[in-house]
Design a protein around this ligand. Sequence first.
Ligand SMILES: [Zn+2]
Length: 175
Amino acid sequence: MKARPPVFQKFRDVQAELDRSGAALFRDAQGVESLIIRYPYSITYIHSYAEDSPFFLGLAEGRLRGSHCTKKGCGFVYATPRGHCMVCGDPTEWVDLPKKGRVHSWTTCHFGSEAFLKETPYNLALVEFEGAGSLLLVRLKDAQEKDLYVGMPVEARFEPNPKYSVTDVWFVPAK
Ligand SMILES: [Zn+2]
């Protein structure tokens, strides 16, 4: 009978064990053990960003784009762009957001999808911008969990070799 895989409490250690043997047990803070395995998985996905395209094209140009409602008397600004206004239903237009904002809330992720595995654990923040009525969910790098606080000034960084993906933007503490 095969022995139980070794138990780890840090996902980083689980990843190292998966590289070694392909199986590990992760024990969470409540003592629940999850068996985690590694197996090859590959897919080529053809995806159209359709009306979201200007957002990703903007990231590649170092621009953070939101949208704003065009209706007089509404003008709601979305930091997470939307094609139509959630307040009044009118179509929106693209706008450039400030590259600086403040942390509205955050969480530290100890699991990540494939694109973020190398940087796990990582921080996800909801960033608020001057003049915008909604928030942007984005990674917050170069900051320890213990140093984060609500209202912390942060600024955008852009991938110099863009992949036209959400990984093309992240925030860091503002200088
Ligand atoms: Zn509106």
